[in-house]
Design a protein. Structure first.
Lengths: 497, 126
């Protein structure tokens, strides 16, 4: 049981070491890297299978009972996040095999991706506030190096912005963790949740939680602290920016969901603030996208806007709304990573990612147009794709909770998203290429990239068509989130020898 | 002692933030370091500076001069991580300086906002 809980950490870590050992052989590096990511997916799916039965797996490092040992907990939400991390990681690695790129870049790419995955998975399964900080740092180190991979003026400049603002957010988190410990004497999330529920913590601890949520808001790119995201994501190498787009802000969203549901399970002032922040994030993000003229910059602003939906679910905090947030997380990670992949392929085929210099893709590559249409329509929330169910549940939960404005903003944002996607469609796909057919590139070497994109698009369709089982899982996950007693109980029972 | 530590934390954080508002990116990065040290000291002091929250209690009772060692262990971790990130930030700055001849916040923003470069004409690989 213990081995299974730590497997989301051990698998990427072992893969990282293995890829470094064979780094002279690029084929071996890529093969090991892919095997590692697939193993992580398998481990995640096994965890989902166990979590689906309703058990919460908990483990104490070294057999020390809480609060002395570091706690790892896997509930339904964590298991789903680990599985989806493995899936997006695998797709990214397959995509990166596509181009006959600079071998040095590919060689460095694989170990760094697994370094990032360790941090992401660690953040998803830890049950300890300081440990969460450490995993954030692990994924930050990996993301810094990945972002700057390949070098160049734009990339370096984007990295500077990303590094400085993320360091500030991380420091806020560290300060909050220290304050929380000073005020409550514990860093274990379950024990803290117990103390919060019993009203045994001083006001300082609540202040520390506010500071912590602010730090997570920066990580999750919420309004008004999202500026770093559209300033940096568009400069990275395509597979890197797709991986970031899929996973990184969602770690912040996950942390927000986890901390708020554990420490402040009852709706209060924090939920009220989050509700308005969510509305502003949805609207400002999508309006920001309208002003952009490059594919990846448009998509970056859409990340911000979409994160708003998840926070909307958290803010309303009914089990249905939380289920919507969980469903949205799962759906969004797949769709967003896929759109960045397709944007990269489109740029490769047309020679540019500026919309003005793109075109002719519908005639040249109709299959790509279809592959773009699936995640793009899903992002906008067109039935029967996955995004429709996600938005449907969130809007229904908002209406049930009489949050009329939030429901209106969510629907309006969906319309703007559709407009934005049709802008990319018109410019990159329908319009003839400005340089005529001579401007189009060959599709040579793109096959693995297309496999990755097709697999993710198939997942989007599958989640949409089989929305029932996925939604059942999300509802069950939300029930666990809404009633943290089981989580606390699992951690306390996981005690050592 | 606690007042002195609190004031030091406040001063370090204030200096750090002030430096981060500078145009020169080297000062921004150094500001992050100063801010980080302020935060580390704050976490350190969360374990109290006297024996009020000692981790181990002997038969004779809690040692009067022992502080809680856990935040010290946390800070140790944070210092190591912070140092690694600082070195990475310096490396990025050095490379930017080699490319631009200067590193200022306005320049960095402007370069990152430049339109995406188009791929070179077919045939030659970038």
């Amino acid at each position: 049981m213990n081995a299974l809980i730590v497997s989301p950490l051990l698998i990427p870590l072992a893969t990282l070491v293995a890829t470094l050992l064979v780094r002279r052989d690029p084929r071996a590096v890529a093969a090991i890297s892919l095997a590692g990511a697939l193993a992580l997916t398998a481990a995640g799916l096994v965890l989902v299978g166990l979590a689906a039965q309703g058990q919460i797996l908990a483990s104490q490092a070294g057999g020390w009972a809480a609060p002395y040992g570091i706690t790892l907990v896997v509930d339904r939400l964590s298991a789903a996040m680990v599985a989806i991390t493995g899936i997006v990681g695998s797709a990214t690695i397959v995509f990166a095999m596509a181009r006959d790129e600079d071998p040095a870049r590919c060689r460095d790419f694989h170990p760094l991706v697994h370094g990032l995955l360790v941090g992401v998975c660690g953040a998803f399964i830890t049950g300890d506030v300081f440990n969460l900080y450490v995993w954030f740092e692990v994924l930050l180190v990996g993301s810094f190096a990945l972002l700057v991979l390949g070098g160049g003026r734009r990339r370096l400049s984007g990295t500077v912005v990303y590094v400085v603002l993320n360091l500030v957010a991380t420091m806020m988190f560290l300060l909050a963790a220290g304050m929380l410990y000073g005020a409550s004497g514990s860093l274990n999330m379950a024990l803290l949740a117990q103390a919060f529920a019993a009203g045994e913590v001083p006001a300082t601890a609540h202040a520390a939680v506010v500071l912590m949520l602010t730090a997570f808001s920066i990580k999750a790119a919420l309004f008004p602290v999202f500026g770093w995201l559209p300033a940096s994501y568009h400069v990275a190498w395509t597979p890197v920016s797709a991986l970031f787009a899929g996973l990184l802000t969602k770690v912040g969203v996950y942390a927000l969901i986890r901390i708020v549901t554990l420490f402040w399970p009852d709706a209060g002032i924090a939920h009220e603030v989050l509700l308005w922040v969510a509305c502003a994030t949805m609207l400002i993000g999508v309006l920001g996208a309208a002003a952009q003229v490059e594919v990846r910059r448009i998509l970056s602003f859409h990340i911000v806007s979409q994160v708003g939906y998840m926070i909307l679910g958290l803010a309303i905090a009914t089990p249905l709304a939380l289920a919507g947030a969980v469903f949205y997380l799962i759906h969004h990670i797949v769709v967003k990573a896929n759109l960045f992949f397709i944007g990269g392929i489109a740029a490769r085929l047309t020679g540019s990612e500026r919309l003005a210099a793109m075109g002719g893709l519908y005639a040249r590559a109709p299959w790509l147009a279809l592959l773009f249409a699936i995640p793009a329509l899903s992002l906008a929330g067109i039935p029967p794709l996955s995004g429709f169910w996600a938005k449907f549940v969130l809007v229904k939960a908002s209406l049930d909770a009489s949050a009329w404005i939030a429901a209106g903003v969510a629907l309006l944002t969906g319309i703007f998203t559709l407009l934005s996607m049709s802008k990319i469609w018109n410019e990159a796909f329908l319009k003839p290429h400005p340089a005529g057919t001579a401007g189009m590139r060959s599709t040579a070497g793109l096959r693995p990239a297309l496999w990755a994109v097709t697999a993710l698009a198939a997942m989007t369709v599958a989640i949409g068509l089989a929305a029932g089982p996925v939604m059942d899982y999300a509802v069950a996950a939300a029930e666990q989130l809404a009633a943290p007693a089981a989580y606390i109980d699992a951690v306390v029972r996981a005690g050592g020898h | 002692m606690e007042i002195l530590v609190s004031l030091t934390v406040g001063a370090l954080v204030a200096i750090g933030i002030w430096m981060m508002l500078d145009r020169g990116l080297l000062r921004v990065v150094l500001g992050v370091v100063v801010l980080g040290n302020g935060v580390n000291l704050a976490v350190f002091s969360a374990g109290r500076l006297d024996g009020r929250a000692a981790a181990f209690v002997t038969e004779a009772g809690a040692p009067a001069l022992a502080a809680n060692p856990l935040p010290q262990a946390l800070v140790l971790t944070a210092i190591v991580i912070g140092f690694a990130l600082f070195v990475f930030a310096l490396a990025v700055l050095k490379r930017s300086w080699e490319l631009h001849g200067k590193v200022e916040t306005d320049l960095v923003t402007a370069v990152a906002e430049e339109p995406a470069p188009d791929l070179p004409p077919q045939g030659d690989k970038a």
